[in-house]
Ligand binder design. Structure first.
Ligand SMILES: CSCC[C@H](NC=O)C(=O)O
Ligand SMILES: [Zn+2]
Ligand SMILES: [Zn+2]
Length: 408
């Protein structure tokens, strides 16, 4: 059987090497421009930072005065350890499975080119094939650099005049695959706190009893955070009051990810550094948490340096009173998905949208699928991609039909 054109377009998108740290954004922009032309969408490209394009494709609604719907996706992908892959990560090979399906192997297949491509194909179906008009304007936003924090991408964009002009009312962004059968819907995310503790101390010959060394000042700090980690792990393992299992989004994790010190084995080093990747659950008082870490550092004669510190814990309402949520939930159920609401464990560009006042949901329509984001042999099944197009066609139509204030 011949390959469906939508699958060919997906493969073409996956083959563009938008891999960090040197993503080919120029090729990606050319691809998106071609999609815009084929779909008859208005598009513009803006580089808030040179070489880092934000591409917006817009489908005007019949009621353009109403708040618009943003379909956000990032175009960059994370690096690969190619020797661990069974298929070249940028060939997007289509491999037949026993059950008549195909697996498409590529870096970014799950994270998150499937989502970006499904948005495009859903609009192609609604606009080009079904010749529909929706009430609200829909903007497909393709941003760079999410994988390295989004500062030169989504952050600059949400702070721009162009973003204000979009008059966004609601947004969809990425989620994560679920090995179980429900659709994971992320209505908030944990806040990253990347902290480095640096200490200085006495030096000398490694054969002596040197007091007050840099490394020993870090030990109680490490110990403290490891105990905190242990306590949170216990919370994580304790079921919620209703008996359901907790998710990562419910707790704060802390991992020791950097350790640096030393010049030579018999020289006591003058300085030492330990770094932690901490992800704070939205229930935490972020400002207080930061002060506590600063106090911990000071108590042991070290300094705390915050490489990343997110201090906004806005979450998106998943209450029937939120009309976008109501429309989303109804449509997802009609599409045959159960819903599992969660706080995203890591950070995505949704945090910039939520902080800017635009409610956002993180969704990647992959159920009964392994979690392969950032992993070797990342793949999606062709049937999942095709199913994803149906999913977004229905969801986008529903969201863009949510009545405005004046109409209710
Ligand atoms: C603090 S910005 C880092 C963003 C990154 N996002 C995806 O993996 C993450 O580590 O969560
Ligand atoms: Zn992603
Ligand atoms: Zn990622």
């Amino acid at each position: 059987m011949s390959i469906q054109p939508s699958v060919l377009r997906f493969i073409e998108y996956l083959r563009i090497k938008t891999v960090q740290p040197e993503p080919d954004y120029a090729a990606c922009t050319r691809f998106l421009e071609q999609q815009a032309n084929e779909l008859g969408l208005i598009y513009w490209v803006k580089e808030y930072v040179a070489g880092k394009p934000v591409v917006v494709l817009s489908w005007p609604g019949t009621s353009p005065e109403q708040g618009s719907i943003i379909l956000n996706s990032h175009t960059d992908v994370v690096p690969v350890f190619e020797e661990f892959w069974h298929y070249p990560p940028f060939d997007a090979e289509r491999v037949a499975t026993d059950d008549g399906d195909y697996k498409i192997y590529a870096r970014g297949a799950q994270d998150m080119k499937i989502v970006g491509m499904c948005y495009l194909e859903a609009i192609r179906r609604l606009k080009v094939e079904e010749k529909r008009r929706l009430e609200r304007t829909v903007h497909l936003v393709f941003v760079p650099d999410e994988e390295i924090g989004g500062r030169d991408g989504m952050q600059m964009f949400v702070e721009s005049a162009e973003f204000g002009v979009l008059n966004a009312a609601f947004a969809l962004d990425e989620g994560m695959a679920n090995p179980g059968d429900a659709l994971r819907v992320f209505y908030g995310e944990r806040a990253p706190c990347w902290v480095k503790f640096v200490a200085h101390g006495n030096t000398g010959h490694g054969s002596q009893f040197i007091e007050g060394t840099a490394a020993e000042k870090l030990l109680p700090i490490i110990d403290h955070l490891m105990q905190f980690r242990q306590a949170q792990l216990q919370v994580f393992k304790t079921p919620r009051e209703d008996g359901s299992a907790r998710t990562l989004g419910d707790v704060t994790t802390a991992n020791l990810t950097l350790l640096q010190s030393g010049v030579q084995q018999n020289v006591v080093p003058e300085s030492a550094m330990v770094g932690f990747d901490i992800r704070m659950t939205p229930a935490v008082d972020y400002a207080q948490f930061k002060r506590d870490l600063e106090a911990l550092a000071a108590k042991h004669g070290a300094e705390a340096e915050f490489v990343q510190f997110w201090d906004d814990n806005t979450i998106t309402s998943t209450d029937a009173a939120n009309p976008f949520w109501a429309a989303f939930e109804l449509t997802v159920a009609a599409q045959g998905f159960g819903v599992f609401k969660e706080i995203f464990p890591a950070a995505t560009d949704s945090r910039y949208l939520r902080r800017a006042g635009v409610p956002a949901l993180g969704v990647t329509p992959l159920c009964n699928a392994p979690i392969l984001l950032h992993d070797h042999d990342e793949f999606v099944k062709e049937s999942e991609f095709l199913r994803g197009i149906d999913f977004y066609a229905a969801v986008v139509a529903a969201l863009a039909s949510v009545p405005g204030q004046s109409a209710t």
